[in-house]
Design a protein around this ligand. Structure first.
Ligand SMILES: Cc1cc2nc3c(=O)[nH]c(=O)nc-3n(C[C@H](O)[C@H](O)[C@H](O)COP(=O)(O)OP(=O)(O)OC[C@H]3O[C@@H](n4cnc5c(N)ncnc54)[C@H](O)[C@@H]3O)c2cc1C
Length: 472
């Protein structure tokens, strides 16, 4: 057992804790990062698949262009070369028709995507008009008028075709909840920030290396070079608070580390393990009311390629989004062809055996891409993260705590704290940057680490204002 001193301790080496460490390291503050697992990255991670020997991600993580803080974080630590920007999406409907959605580079938002949706085969002519009107109504909607997103869709007469073809696939994959449970503001933000406000907001970014390597080795190297003390397999048992001031952390090993400032960057479902009931009731009294949503990812290896597409949005199926891992990871001469299917809000699958889920997804892929029996499924693996994200319920939004707490020297970070974003890598990075700003501010230093959102250009604002007429 040993007793140490540090200026700043960060508990948790997920993206929130890492972003905080990076923000502080750039201001010459060398924190100690304590992570309970033997690796960093938290919920954005990889595991080894013993059958193939490959590092596979717990789930494909998708960022969008509007995730400016996440992209800024990647640039700061020099991992931006590990991500690729995808400039088109392919929607595959129930009949197997492919519709490619890409932006017209000469048109401003929101018109840049109008042509592609206008040509889409998964929407009827009526659906397209209803959808355009729905988007304009959404932009001008008063958030106080709606309890949840389903109510908005209903009151604005969105057709089953628009719900199945657009609203649901976008929202369920972004927020991992059903329309009835999604807070209206949270849902509106996805469409306004992601599709309507800026031409660079909608393209998606995908990792072309395993997440465990990017957020592990690559970031550890950067942090260590900056003098940050990163300790894995160092679970924190308790953060001690005395007379409303943080005092020290007790590790599970029995070691004690004292510090004047401590950032607790663990998820909402773990926080009661490191903070006492008394502290929790002061700073996050409603934390037990957060609800979690599961996400499942189905990994499949075939002996031949099943589609040349890098990724596809699958409509009206249990499978929601396909990622061609062999293509995205740029494997030159693979012996097998790896795909990953993501199923967000996968509660209905929880009671089903893995083999049944993999069989269902295999059948759906064969149907969507017209794959015959000469192609063999070599191996499959289903990974379900039961507490993948917090559910963006209206009640939850009110309970999200700020990064600065009423206890001196104690800060919170994590995707579940107040960021204005749902549970995402962007939200996690914002929370870490904000915690770093607050901590610096307590030291009398005013630094701006959080990046500003995309600025909507005047012509886009003018078009959206004119769209009010269409939305009526
Ligand atoms: C299956 C799945 C799919 C997802 N898909 C996407 C996506 O496509 N796009 C997107 O933007 N986001 C996605 N997310 C969400 C994203 O992964 C999270 O929002 C983000 O990683 C959360 O980061 P965090 O640092 O807040 O929390 P976490 O990643 O949970 O990190 C917290 C860390 O604290 C550590 N810890 C806990 N207790 C202790 C303790 N006592 N002592 C020390 N350390 C401790 C944990 O081990 C963990 O490493 C997905 C998440 C999952 C699970």
């Amino acid at each position: 057992m040993s007793n140490l001193d540090s200026d700043v301790i960060i508990v948790g080496g997920g993206l929130a804790g890492l972003a905080c460490a990076v923000g502080l390291a750039e201001q010459e503050i060398k924190a100690v990062v304590l992570e309970s697992r033997p690796r960093l990255g938290g919920r954005a991670t990889s595991i080894n698949d013993p059958t193939t020997g490959e590092e596979i991600d717990n789930c494909q993580h998708v960022a969008m262009g509007c995730c400016v803080n996440f992209l800024d974080f990647c640039q700061r630590v020099g991992i931006d070369d590990c991500f690729v920007r995808e400039s088109s999406l392919t929607f595959v409907d129930k009949a197997g028709n492919h519709s490619r959605i890409s932006a017209n580079p000469f048109l401003p938002a929101p018109l840049n995507l109008a042509g592609a949706f206008g040509r889409a085969k998964f929407l009827t002519a009526k659906d397209k008009i209803v959808l355009a009107r729905g988007l304009m109504s959404l932009y001008h909607a008063n958030p106080r008028d709606y309890q949840n997103f389903a109510e908005f869709l209903d009151r604005h007469h969105q057709t089953p075709g628009t719900i199945r073809g657009y609203w649901e696939p976008v929202l369920v994959s972004a927020l991992s909840e059903s329309m009835e449970r999604i807070d209206f503001r949270a849902g509106r933000k996805v469409f306004v920030d992601g599709f309507l406000s800026h031409v660079d907001a909608w393209p998606i970014w995908l990792a072309k290396k395993p997440l465990g390597w990017i957020y592990g080795e690559r970031i550890v190297g950067w942090l260590k070079a900056k003098g940050v003390d990163v300790r894995m397999s160092s679970g924190v048992e308790q953060v001690d608070v005395v007379d409303n001031h943080v005092k020290q952390v007790r590790l599970r090993s029995g070691d004690l580390i004292s510090a004047k400032q401590i950032v607790v960057a663990v998820p909402w479902f773990n926080i009661h393990r490191v903070l006492s009931e008394e502290v929790l009731s002061t700073i996050v009294p409603n934390v037990h009311q957060f609800e979690a949503a599961p996400i499942s990812s189905v990994h499949l290896w075939y002996d031949q390629p099943i589609t040349p597409l890098r990724h596809a949005v699958l409509l009206e199926r249990v499978s929601q989004w396909l990622f061609n891992r062999t293509a995205i990871l740029e494997e030159k001469s693979p012996g097998r062809f790896a795909y990953q299917v993501v199923i967000s809000q996968s509660r209905e699958l929880l009671s089903r055996p893995q083999s049944e889920i993999a069989g269902l997804v295999d059948r759906e892929l064969r149907e969507a891409f017209r794959v015959d029996d000469s192609t063999t499924l070599l191996h499959s693996r289903v990974i379900t993260e039961h507490k993948a994200v917090f559910s963006p319920l209206t009640s939850t939004e009110r309970f999200r705590p700020t990064q600065k707490t009423s206890i001196k020297g104690l800060y919170l970070a994590g995707d579940w704290t107040q960021t204005g974003w749902p549970a995402t890598m962007e939200g996690a990075v914002i929370s870490g940057y904000r915690a770093a700003e607050e901590l610096l501010s307590a030291q009398g230093r005013r630094e701006s680490i959080v990046q500003p959102e995309f600025k909507t250009r005047w012509w886009t604002r003018a078009m959206l204002a004119a769209g009010r007429v269409l939305g009526r």
